[in-house]
Design a protein around this ligand. Structure first.
Ligand SMILES: C[S@@+](CC[C@H](N)C(=O)[O-])C[C@H]1O[C@@H](n2cnc3c(N)ncnc32)[C@H](O)[C@@H]1O
Length: 170
């Protein structure tokens, strides 16, 4: 069991993820994934979603997971190897506020249950929009309304060609 600096352990995330499966599926739908897409998961934890995303983009696509906790990244890499998808699923240890990717690299970007922990969630949202191509999609799920976002609710999505953040609910 991995205990992260954020006091979240991977076993908890696995169990919670099973309860939250409907929500997870909704975020995948919101980012309009197609075969061959490049997709980023920010605050990926032990890689529960990146493995799912790898099936949606297929081996011609690319999935990156980012987490600031090295132990989470290590566990995510192990899971990807075990699932046989490590050729197209990669991880980086990084802060959401400073993503180590080129501008416009991804077709879409998601984050789940990270934003309520961030001191400046708007900064992370801007970074996610930056690394997503024009007319791509950014979807954020948070447990509570985040400061800096215009509306309360559970799921935010943002088209990179729009300035507004829209709450789409659970
Ligand atoms: C509640 S867990 C959610 C994990 C995963 N998204 C899921 O739904 O299973 C939040 C994750 O965000 C990571 N995290 C917290 N602050 C972060 C930051 N500033 N940048 C990147 N990752 C961060 C934690 O290490 C943890 O793995």
């Amino acid at each position: 069991m991995t205990i992260s600096k954020g006091y979240v352990d991977s076993r908890y995330l696995q169990i919670a993820g099973e309860f939250l499966n409907q929500l997870k599926q909704r975020t995948y739908t919101c980012i309009r994934i197609e075969t061959g897409n490049k997709v980023l998961d920010v605050g990926c934890g032990p890689g529960i979603d990146t493995i799912e995303l790898s099936q949606l983009v297929g081996a011609t696509g690319e999935v990156y997971g980012v987490d600031y906790d090295k132990a989470m990244v290590t566990e995510a890499e192990q899971r990807a190897r075990k699932a046989g998808v490590s050729a197209w699923v990669k991880y980086k240890q990084s802060d959401a506020a400073s993503l180590p990717f080129e501008t416009g690299y991804f077709d879409s970007c998601r984050s789940e249950r990270l934003f309520q922990h961030l001191p400046n969630p708007a900064e992370a949202l801007d970074e996610m929009a930056r690394v997503t191509k024009e007319n791509g999609w950014v979807v954020v799920h948070r447990d509570q309304p985040a400061p800096g976002c215009r509306e309360g609710g559970e799921v935010l999505h943002k088209s990179t060609h729009q300035e507004d953040i829209h709450v789409v609910g659970r």
